[in-house]
Design a protein around this ligand. Structure first.
Ligand code: PMP
Length: 348
């Protein structure tokens, strides 16, 4: 703290990201990265930019990427927004799309960046408890609100809300924006992008950090009605007109174009997840049903903090949230079969 800080900065409570250890020997299963590399076509496209493009500014609108996303989802480029990681896309949505006279609603167990953005942009919020099974019950959101946001699958639980329930939520909330944060949807969910043509208040965000294995590139996107996208563009152009560099635009567009690599690597993660779930149940864990590239599990007898510490000593790093109701759970990213084997051996 310094006397030069404004009162606003003094009161800010920033988000604390998961640990990024330097030791390459660790089996790193704590921040939901993809264990497989990105598309070789994406690497080639990025290499070409590196060789021949960096002298020039990028396209401020990232049109090449917008077209690739629009083509993939069967929407128009005017329905697509692209940004520097979905965290930045979410930040713009918080800044420009939620009403300030009523509280924003989100689940009490969900992505811990949401309350941080509420603090940053002065948005009042109320959290809504998950039900007994750690699921979102859309009926609990039938109350006055300035917007609704939730991850689907939820994080850190991994649980999926079916599209039908999202549609119920949209029908009951036509006056405020419903934002579905689909960071993990490609590992077993169905995208709500299928609903954007019917619901002008629906915004869906996604990231290339997980299913497309480009966490280091920082690319995220939103799909919704062109009027919602226009609001995000206004905010973006008032903040940073070139959020995506040339390497990011080229790599992300090529990653969307390479469907075969995407489908194959997602399927490998899904198959491994099912194997890890079965093995962990055999070791005495209760595992919540996951549609993500991670699982959320608690042991029937052993303490979560003690398990995390023991795993760490054995070179396996997982995420433990010291948050009420979930302090006995561990969030574990699905790795390669070798990494998963190391996890299970360390747990056994
Ligand atoms: N939403 C959720 C639910 C997440 O878990 C994450 C990853 N921490 C993000 C958004 C942000 O992902 P990125 O900024 O890498 O696109």
């Amino acid at each position: 703290m310094s006397k030069f800080w404004s009162p606003f900065v003094k009161d800010l409570v920033p988000y604390v990201p998961g640990e990024q250890p330097k030791l390459s020997k660790l089996v790193k299963l704590n921040t939901n990265e993809n264990p497989y590399g990105p598309s070789p076509r994406a690497i080639a496209a990025m290499q070409a930019e590196l060789n021949d493009g960096l002298r020039l500014y990028p396209d401020p609108n990232g049109e090449r990427l917008k077209h690739a996303v629009a083509e993939y989802y069967g929407v128009c480029p005017a329905q697509v927004f692209v940004g520097n990681g979905s965290d930045e896309v979410l930040a713009h949505a918080f800044h420009g799309l939620f009403q300030h006279d009523r509280p924003l609603l989100f689940p009490d167990i969900s992505y811990s960046f949401y309350p941080v953005y509420c603090g940053l942009y002065g948005i009042a919020y109320e959290t809504v408890a998950l039900d007994e099974q750690f699921q979102i019950d859309v009926a609990d959101y039938n109350r006055p609100n300035g917007g609704i946001i939730f991850p689907n699958p939820n994080a850190p639980t991994g649980c999926l809300l079916p599209l039908q329930a999202i549609e119920q939520l949209l029908q009951a909330n036509t006056e405020s924006v419903v934002l579905v944060d689909e960071a993990y949807v490609d590992f077993g969910g169905e995208s709500a992008i299928a609903l954007v043509d019917r619901y002008p208040n629906l915004l869906v965000t996604q990231t290339l950090s997980k299913s497309r294995s480009l966490a280091g590139l920082r690319v995220g996107l939103a799909v919704g009605h062109p009027d919602l996208i226009e609001a995000l563009e206004r905010i973006k152009n008032s903040f940073n007109s070139y959020p995506l560099d040339r390497i990011a635009i080229a790599g992300a567009a090529a990653a969307f174009e390479d469907r075969a690599h995407f489908q194959q690597t997602c399927q490998q993660v899904i198959d491994s997840r099912e194997a890890v779930v079965t093995a962990m149940q055999g070791l005495g864990f209760e595992v919540l049903p996951s549609a993500a590239n991670f699982i959320f599990a608690r042991h029937r007898q052993r303490d979560a903090a003690a398990i995390a510490a023991s795993l760490r000593e054995q070179g396996v790093i997982v995420r433990h949230f010291k948050q009420p109701r979930i302090e006995q759970f561990l969030r574990i990213t699905i790795g390669t079969p070798e990494q998963n084997h190391a996890l299970l051996a360390a747990l056994g």
